[in-house]
Design a protein around this ligand. Structure first.
Ligand code: ZN
Length: 362
């Protein structure tokens, strides 16, 4: 009899333990490089969509993305975000409504922006270029990966080939697949093998950034196979098409990324490991200019407004607020402690300078 009680107790406690693991929050952190808050909240820019300096076929582009109201324009540009995410989550950063989110670093380009998002702190003394320098700072990916709880359950995928340095892959032990890297492990799926086959056969327009579909589907395969609990996916196309001055490609890439994010959401909702347990956070590493008009192509400290960013949150623990229209001031440095808190790494979150965002409270 005693023996049976012992077995029952054992089953019961391991069941609870398993439940705790399955119900714990998973985090999907996503960045879109240099997507302006202006397009996110207002869709195609009236000063650019018909501007032949930046668009070769203005008639076709207007047909695709121009609508009379900003609300219609953003909906046609980013249908998942504005039809589905706005109904279940929060979109911060519409400065026209008083919701502001800014960078704390004063560089306003990529490495300092990603460093700030991933470490919770601007580092203007040491992160001063986009050079491939191993990050001296610890990212939240590393913070999680060095705990027993999350070791081996963290991964990063990026289109830009500087991410292995930003995440400090060597020191952190966090696997980073970025730039033109292939999927590498002992049991590649058929889709990973195919991606490895076609990636070198579909040349990227750029030397250091691959097309986002590769980053995305490598990440998807990894999620299906390894079920990471913290995954970071960094899409890059939007920034590079903007630097090229190609407004049509910039908009089409933004729309494409919206569809990729929808796929990620649907993937998590079709998998019992992620379903109902997953927090999505989406942001950008910097803004871009508005006036003079050609400054939309660039960013950096000399470009007015390039420190203005945005944040989208949905999924586990996020109260439905839609587009935030109250006056507020958020900073990119708040994302890192928010992720750590969601992962229940309370002590590590407390050690950060910034407080986590309270996404579940009005
Ligand atoms: Zn850039």
């Amino acid at each position: 009899m005693k023996y049976i009680f012992f077995i029952l107790a054992l089953l019961f406690s391991s069941g609870i333990h398993l439940m705790a693991q399955t119900n714990s929050t998973k985090v999907v952190l996503i960045t879109l490089d240099g997507l302006r808050w202006q397009e996110l909240f207002s869709g195609a820019d009236p000063l650019l969509v018909a501007n032949s300096n930046f668009v070769s076929d203005t008639t076709a582009l207007k047909e695709q993305f121009w609508r009379e109201s900003a609300k219609e324009r953003r909906q046609v540009l980013l249908p998942f975000l504005w039809n589905e995410v706005s109904a279940m989550g929060q979109l911060h950063g519409n400065r026209d409504l008083g919701s502001k989110m800014d960078l704390k670093n004063s560089m306003w380009f990529s490495y300092p922006g990603y460093n700030e998002i991933l470490t919770g702190k601007a580092d203007d003394a040491r992160i001063t270029s986009n050079d491939k320098i191993p990050n001296p700072n610890e990212t939240i990916l590393e913070t999680a990966n060095i705990t027993g709880r999350y070791k081996g359950k963290v991964a990063a995928f990026g289109s830009w080939d500087v991410f292995p340095y930003i995440v400090n892959e060597t020191r952190s032990g966090v696997p980073v697949n970025a730039g033109f890297e292939m999927a590498q492990d002992d049991n590649l799926t058929d889709r990973e093998k195919f991606l490895n086959q076609i990636q070198p056969r579909i040349p990227s327009p750029w030397g250091s950034v691959r097309l986002d579909a590769f980053t995305h589907y490598y990440a998807v395969e990894h999620m299906k196979k390894n079920r990471p609990e913290l995954i970071y996916i960094a899409y890059g196309e939007t920034d590079d098409f903007a630097h090229d001055g190609d407004y049509a490609a910039y908009l089409k890439s933004a729309q494409n990324t919206d569809a990729l994010i929808k796929e990620l959401w649907e993937l998590t909702q079709s998998d019992t490991f992620y379903k109902g347990n997953t927090l999505f956070l989406i942001t950008t590493d910097h803004g871009r200019g508005t006036l003079p008009i050609e400054s939309w192509k660039g960013h950096g400290c000399s470009v007015n407004g390039a420190g203005a960013v945005w944040l989208i949150a949905f999924g586990k623990g996020v109260l439905e607020k839609g587009e935030v229209s109250k006056s507020e001031q958020l900073f990119s440095t708040q994302i890192a402690p928010t992720v750590l808190k969601a992962l229940e790494l309370e002590e590590q979150a407390m050690n950060m300078e910034e407080k986590p965002l309270d996404l579940g409270v009005n």
